[in-house]
Write a protein that binds this ligand. Structure first.
Ligand code: GLC
Ligand code: CA
Length: 559
């Protein structure tokens, strides 16, 4: 049984729903909140996750599919209305599911009333809610900052003769978080959703909220390869030292966190997750806050970005565990709406191992919708491309449409995502016969069965949900394998039952590997990525098939 002494977000698993792509209840080809409502039993009971994070469903011109918010306190008619949202929260809570909503603090839509007013004249009170600057004497932008989505981060506004800053699209002007009125208004946004019962926030592009106050140029990037995990072109040619993560950001995050903490007086923990792309583990650790008073979970994108090899993954996990401030809780992301799907990145043969790793490491896992089925990226023909990033930076394959394909529910036309005869906003997977919830539910060897069994094991095992983590080096273990122990707090008083001391053994290679267990150690296989393992106890040697991962109960003390 899961320990009740830890907050839900430590022993729970977060599942990301991209609402446009999950389930279309009203038949217009675009997923909606009523569609999510229909699928709550799947999430809570059949799959067995603990929380859903909903990507933005707020009113938006959809230049960046909802990450351009024109009203922070409403629901876009494409997705439903506030009453549907309230019903969703109530129905989720009735099933023990938490609701985490996306919070987009770095920028609004250019259609937001704040920006409309801000751009109307130089002298109006909203002017300073955004970042406006005069051109340089030659008329060029105030500095060299590049937008993530291509081109300069500055857009010329002819009527008022100034540039405004946009870290992403020109349709996404950056808010000025140095203005106390902005911080107060954005804290009100948190309160609005907390008052409607949400359990937490995933804070988008959070590193962007504090820049160098002098807006100094970024220095050039001396590396020939991008320092980001994917080649972003022009954006990679500078080091992003001044356009994000200014040290003042920590104070701003503490202010946001304090809003959540006040709500916890009712005894329900609220969760602050932050999306900040940081690869330096000490810096990542700093976002928990010196007094653990910033983010509960600064997203750790390590598993998405690393070379898929035992040593690289192990070194990352060990270094991350070591870099965590005392009391900080780890987390791992396997996929999201911005990255190629795991089965595409690693190949379908390695994806089960990745899922087993995600769901057995110490820390909160974030699972992207469809990955539980082994869904792969779905190619999108040029005439159906949607993502502005791919359209603005041609040639680099940056479009994120392939990982946003509709969730396949059943092997029928349009996959049970939307009615047959309606064109879904993105194409349905061509692997539908194999990759859909209904067919995989009845198949004891399916990816969905594996995910469900891993989630159930995690939930029933204190060692997996909240226990300690320790990687082990046993003589004779191949370099292709990564072995770690998960132990519940009272493992020393092990009564011989399974579940308190676990060994996770992962073979990252495409060949069979043999692991020699320490003398006298007896281990009982509980779950294999192959779902067909021998159940008898193992003494001496443990054989792992290609790309196999195995969870074993340890029945005698490990040395
Ligand atoms: C984040 C989101 C991404 C969005 C961007 C701008 O990186 O995850 O989808 O396009 O911020 O809001
Ligand atoms: Ca719809």
């Amino acid at each position: 049984m899961t320990s009740l002494s830890t907050p839900w977000w430590q022993h729970g698993v977060v599942y990301q729903v991209y609402p446009r792509s999950f389930r279309d209840a009203n038949g217009d080809g675009i997923g909606d909140l009523a569609g999510v409502l229909e699928k709550l039993d799947y999430l809570a009971t059949i799959l067995g996750v603990d929380a859903i994070w909903l990507s933005p469903f707020y009113p938006s011109p959809m230049a960046d599919f909802g990450y351009d918010v024109s009203d922070y306190v409403g629901v876009d008619p494409i997705f439903g209305d506030l009453a549907t949202f309230d019903a969703l929260v109530a129905a989720a809570h009735a099933r023990g599911l938490k609701i985490i909503v996306d919070y987009v603090p770095s920028h609004t839509s250019d259609r937001h009333a704040w920006f409309q007013t801000s751009r109307a004249s130089r002298g109006n009170p909203y002017r300073d809610w955004y970042v406006w600057r005069d051109p340089r004497p030659d008329g060029s932008p105030p500095n060299n900052w590049a937008a993530t989505f291509g081109g300069s981060a500055w857009e010329w506004d002819a009527p008022t003769g100034q540039y405004y800053l946009h870290s992403y699209l020109p349709e996404q002007p950056d808010l000025n978080w140095r203005n106390p009125a902005v911080r107060a208004a954005m804290a009100d946004v948190l309160r609005f959703w907390l008052d409607r019962g949400v359990d937490g926030f995933r804070m988008d592009a959070l590193g962007r909220i504090m820049k160098d106050p002098l807006l100094r140029d970024n220095p050039p990037n001396p590396e020939t390869v991008g320092h980001f995990h994917k080649e972003l072109g022009e954006y990679d040619r500078q080091l992003h030292l001044n356009d994000q993560r200014h040290p003042d950001i920590h104070r701003a995050i503490r202010e946001l966190r304090a809003v959540l903490d006040l709500y916890e007086a009712d005894g329900r923990p609220r969760l602050a997750i932050g999306e900040i792309h940081i690869y330096d583990l000490a810096e990542l650790g700093s976002y928990y806050g010196g007094a653990l008073d910033e983010l509960h979970l600064p997203f750790n994108f390590g598993l998405l970005k690393l070379l898929w090899a035992a040593r690289a993954i192990r070194e990352h996990v060990d270094a991350y565990e070591a870099a965590l401030p005392p009391g900080a809780w780890p987390n791992y992301v396997l996929g999201n709406h911005d990255e190629a799907r795991i089965a595409t990145r690693l190949g379908p043969e390695n994806a089960p191992l990745a899922m087993l790793l995600l769901l057995t490491l110490r820390g909160t896992p974030t699972l992207y919708y469809g990955d539980e089925l082994g869904m792969e990226d779905v190619p999108v023909p040029p005439e159906r491309r949607q993502d502005p990033w791919g359209k603005r930076v041609p040639g680099l394959n940056l479009g994120r449409d392939p990982e946003r394909a509709p969730m396949p529910w059943s092997p029928v036309p349009n996959a049970g995502f939307c009615p047959p005869g309606v064109e879904p906003w993105l194409p349905i997977t061509s692997n539908l016969a194999r990759v859909n919830v209904q067919s995989q539910l009845d198949d004891p060897r399916s990816r969905l069965t594996l995910t469900r069994r891993l989630l159930a094991l995690r939930k029933s095992s204190p060692a997996l949900s909240t226990g300690s983590y320790r990687s082990v080096d046993w003589p004779g273990a191949s370099d292709a394998c990564y072995l770690f122990l998960r132990e519940a707090g009272d493992a020393a008083a092990n009564d011989g039952g399974v579940g308190k001391r676990l060994l996770v053994a992962l073979n990252f290679s495409d060949a069979s590997q043999r692991v020699t267990l320490p003398d006298g150690l007896r281990a009982r296989p509980l779950l294999s990525t192959r779902l067909d393992h021998d159940q008898s106890d193992i003494l001496g040697t443990l054989d792992l098939r290609p790309a196999e991962g195995l969870v074993l109960a340890l029945l005698e003390p490990a040395t």
